[in-house]
Design a protein around this ligand. Structure first.
Ligand code: GGG
Length: 360
């Protein structure tokens, strides 16, 4: 009998609905492992970090938290943000601290329709939607550069500067990543998004690097689109897109729009990858902590389960990822849906249906 492959995973549910969706994803992954006849298993460690931890300690994660995480095979994350902690403190103290210190420079966010899920876009037409938004995840508008100060002009005279950092290395690696991804897809196209007419330094550098890298991929169709025009294109010509690569801020905004067009932010999965595998990568639903529904059993676990499928692909288990995605399609196709996508099912009911679909 071949040896069991055991993957060590650090679970960080963090805030709000993060706890519910991470519990769901863990249950579904454990059911998958259970059915693998000992081929693979998951060894979980859960970390209590987040806004409650901040209330107790004044920190979003332990001082040596990165040291504690660095030898795991992956991190499975929930959501960060809670009304008692300023959002920039919670985000920088946990999610961004992990992404930036573990050089998870590629954030992959697939967007597609699921059976049984309607959306304003889907109702309007019988169109297809199958994109991957590739978010630069290490610099750009999230470089953390700037400061606040008083201009000396008296009350009301405070000024703040927030600089974006674009490096040639940073632009090139994410753009190449997008091209390599496009080569694995049926529609071989990369759309690059900037606002380089107005942001005349960093985003012009991005455009220049995009043109240079594109020359190495003559088999891939390309376009460069301003972010405002791309927002309109998401809505008006979704069938014309495949891989969309954009800066940290632009891709974050566009992927929220994309998942809303697909039906709900609750469906959207993501992977924060350290492609060199020097550090663990982190898998998380795109959505935040949703304080308005937290703790009520209403959260949609599909984004977290889709993120678990991305983690399986990262582990080199594409068939298992496909099984998980198929189970998701079976469940949504059967109309077992949470409230955000027009259903009445609870988080637990969707989780149970997913496990039944895997076992069925
Ligand atoms: N699971 C994703 C999450 O917790 N996101 C919280 C958030 O506020 N993110 C902002 C960002 O990553 O730009």
């Amino acid at each position: 009998m071949p040896e069991t492959r055991t993957f060590r995973i650090a679970a960080i549910p963090a805030d709000g609905v993060g706890a519910e969706v991470v519990a769901s994803g863990r249950a579904v992954l454990d059911a998958l492992a259970h059915g693998s006849d000992g081929a693979f298993a998951f060894d979980w460690a859960e970390f209590p970090w987040g806004s409650d931890y901040y209330a107790r300690t004044g920190k979003m994660m332990a001082d040596d938290g990165l040291e504690q995480l660095k030898d795991f095979d992956a991190i499975y994350f929930g959501a960060v943000g809670w009304p008692t902690v300023p959002d920039h403190i919670s985000l920088w103290g946990l999610r961004l601290r992990i992404c930036q210190n573990f050089d998870q420079w590629a954030n992959v966010r697939p967007v597609h329709f699921l059976p049984g899920v309607t959306s304003p876009l889907r109702k309007a037409d019988d169109i297809e939607l199958d994109w991957v938004v590739v978010r630069e995840n290490s610099e750009g508008e999230y470089a953390g550069l700037g400061g606040r100060n008083f201009s000396g002009r008296g009350p009301g005279g405070e000024v703040a500067v927030q600089s974006a950092l674009f490096t040639e290395v940073g632009c090139e690696r994410i753009i190449r990543f997008a091209f390599d991804l496009a080569r694995t897809r049926t529609r071989r196209k990369v759309s690059s998004v900037t606002k380089s007419n107005a942001q005349q330094y960093g985003m012009v550098l991005w455009d220049d690097v995009f043109a240079r890298v594109a020359a190495d991929y003559p088999d891939i169709e390309t376009e460069s689109v301003l972010v405002d025009a791309m927002s309109a294109k998401f809505v008006l010509r979704p069938e014309d897109l495949s891989v969309v690569v954009a800066s940290n801020l632009h891709a974050d905004i566009l992927s929220d729009l994309g998942s809303a067009l697909a039906g709900s932010l609750g469906l959207a999965a993501s992977a924060n990858l350290n492609p060199e595998r020097r550090f663990p990568s982190m898998f998380e639903p795109v959505h935040g902590s949703a304080p308005d529904i937290a703790g009520q059993g209403l959260a949609n676990p599909i984004g977290a389960v889709g993120s678990a499928a991305l983690m399986l692909e990262h582990f080199g288990l594409p068939d298992q990822a496909a099984r998980l995605n198929k189970a998701v399609e079976t469940v949504t196709g059967a109309g077992i849906l949470t409230r955000d996508v027009g259903g009445t099912a609870t988080t637990d009911q969707v989780t149970k249906a997913l496990i039944d679909a895997l076992n069925g």
